[in-house]
Design a protein around this ligand. Sequence first.
Ligand code: FES
Length: 69
Amino acid sequence: MEIENKSGVKTPEVKILKDGPIILKGFFRFRTSSGEETEKEHEILLCGCGKSGNKPYCDETHKKNVIKS
Ligand code: FES
């Protein structure tokens, strides 16, 4: 669910999944190493389990570590 603040700016959403990724959803500004900037709405999955081979991003390795009983 998107929420707009009093300025009409959409509030970003952060969702932390148990034993999984931290999901950031909202409007982000991306800056390249040469300083070029773009802004776009995006969803970013950061590793919350510590086992990703592509940190800081989730590479879905957490799915392999599920212990089933
Ligand atoms: S949360 Fe760590 S690999 Fe997905």
